[in-house]
Design a protein around this ligand. Structure first.
Ligand SMILES: Cc1cc2nc3c(=O)[nH]c(=O)nc-3n(C[C@H](O)[C@H](O)[C@H](O)COP(=O)(O)OP(=O)(O)OC[C@H]3O[C@@H](n4cnc5c(N)ncnc54)[C@H](O)[C@@H]3O)c2cc1C
Ligand code: FES
Length: 277
C-alpha cells in the first residue's frame, strides 16, 4: 500500500450537504496513476490541504473497494474546515495519506460487531458500517449505538433508519435531552445496553466519541464480561505531520497518527480520560 507523503492534487467531483455545518467532499486524484495506486482501510485518515489556509486530518468514509471516489465527511468547526466548506465541484485540494492504523476488520470477520458512538456524527465508524453492510454475509449481528446530547444533534437520521431495516442489525439511539419529537431512549449512551442483545464471547466492540463517553461504555462492557482485547477505540488528537514525526499527537508512548487512531483498549487505558493527554 503506498502512502502519499506530499500533498497530491485531487479534484472535488461531488459535494454533498449533509446538514448546515456538515458536508461530504467526494474526491478523485487528478493524476490517474495516483488514483489507481491509492489504497486505504476503514478508520484511516488523510491530511487535506488547502493552499494558503492549512491542513487538517480527516477520516476516509468511502468504501476501500470503491475505486471511483474518495469521500470525506467534514464538520466545519474552524479555520481550515470552514474554508473547505466553501469549496465547490471542480475545485482542487491537496491530499496526503492514507495515515494511521484503521479498524480490525479482519479480526472482526465472522463475529458480531458492536459500534458505539457519541457526539455529533462520528465519521471514523461510518466507514466501518458501510464496509459491513456491503459484505453482510461475512459478519454476524451488527449493533449500532449512537448517543447525542440533544435530539437536534442527531445527523443522518435517514441513514440510521435505513441501517435499522437491514437484516441482523439493531440500531439504538439515545439523547440526554430528548424532547417531544424524540422517539428513542432518553439518557446517556450506556442506557442503550438495556435493549442491546450482545454475546461478549463473540463480539468485537468499536467506538469513537468523547473520551468520557468511551470510558463509560468500556465500564458497561467490562460488567458484561467483554475481554479488553475485543474493545477498540478511535482516538482524536491535534495533529500536524500525521506521520509520526512532529510529536503533536503523542499519547504516552504512542503517536495517535501512526500507532492509531484506532487502538485496542489495553493500549490506551492507562491515560484514557487523563486531562492534558
Ligand atoms: C485522526 C483524525 C480524524 C479526523 N476525522 C475527522 C472527520 O472525518 N471529519 C471531521 O469533521 N473532523 C475530523 N477530525 C477533526 C478535524 O481534524 C478537526 O476538526 C480540524 O482539524 C479542525 O481544524 P480547523 O482549522 O477547521 O479548526 P481550528 O481553527 O484549528 O479549531 C477549531 C476548534 O476545534 C478544536 N480542535 C481542532 N482540532 C481538534 C482536534 N483534533 N481534536 C479536538 N479539538 C480540535 C480547536 O481547539 C478549536 O476549538 C479528525 C481528527 C483526527 C485527529
Ligand atoms: S501528528 Fe506529528 S507525530 Fe503525530
Amino acid at each position: 500500500m503506498i502512502t502519499l507523503r506530499q500533498p497530491c492534487e485531487a479534484e472535488i467531483i461531488e459535494r454533498i450537504e449533509e446538514t448546515p455545518s456538515i458536508f461530504t467532499l467526494r474526491l478523485r486524484f487528478t493524476d490517474p496513476e495516483v488514483h489507481a495506486a491509492y489504497r486505504f482501510t476503514p478508520g484511516q485518515f488523510n491530511m487535506l490541504y488547502l493552499y494558503g489556509v492549512g491542513e487538517v486530518p480527516i477520516s476516509i468514509v468511502s468504501d476501500p473497494e470503491d475505486e471511483h471516489m474518495l469521500d470525506h465527511t467534514i464538520r466545519a468547526v474552524g479555520r481550515v474546515t470552514n474554508a473547505l466548506a466553501k469549496l465547490q465541484v471542480g475545485d482542487k485540494v491537496g491530499v496526503r495519506g492514507p495515515y494511521g492504523r484503521g479498524w480490525p476488520m479482519i479480526e472482526a470477520e465472522g463475529k458480531d460487531v458492536l459500534i458505539a458512538t457519541g457526539g455529533l456524527g462520528c465519521a471514523p465508524v461510518v466507514s466501518v458500517i458501510n464496509y459491513i453492510m456491503r459484505r453482510r454475509q461475512r459478519f454476524g449481528r451488527l449493533t449500532i449505538m449512537q448517543g447525542v446530547k440533544h435530539a437536534d444533534d442527531l445527523i443522518w437520521r435517514e441513514q440510521y433508519d435505513a441501517w435499522s431495516k437491514q437484516p441482523n442489525t439493531q440500531v439504538l439511539l439515545a439523547a440526554s435531552e430528548g424532547g417531544s419529537m424524540w422517539p428513542w431512549k432518553v439518557g446517556h449512551l450506556p442506557v442503550l445496553f438495556e435493549e442491546a442483545v450482545l454475546d461478549p464471547r463473540n463480539t468485537t466492540a468499536m467506538m469513537c466519541g468523547p473520551e468520557g463517553m468511551m470510558i463509560a461504555v468500556v465500564k458497561v462492557l467490562q460488567k458484561r464480561n467483554f475481554a479488553e482485547e475485543r474493545i477498540w477505540l478511535s482516538m482524536e488528537r491535534n495533529m500536524q505531520c500525521g506521520d509520526g514525526k512532529c510529536g503533536h499527537c503523542q499519547h504516552g508512548g504512542h503517536f495517535v497518527c501512526k500507532d492509531g487512531p484506532v487502538f485496542a483498549y489495553p493500549e490506551v487505558k492507562s491515560l484514557l480520560g487523563t486531562k492534558g493527554f
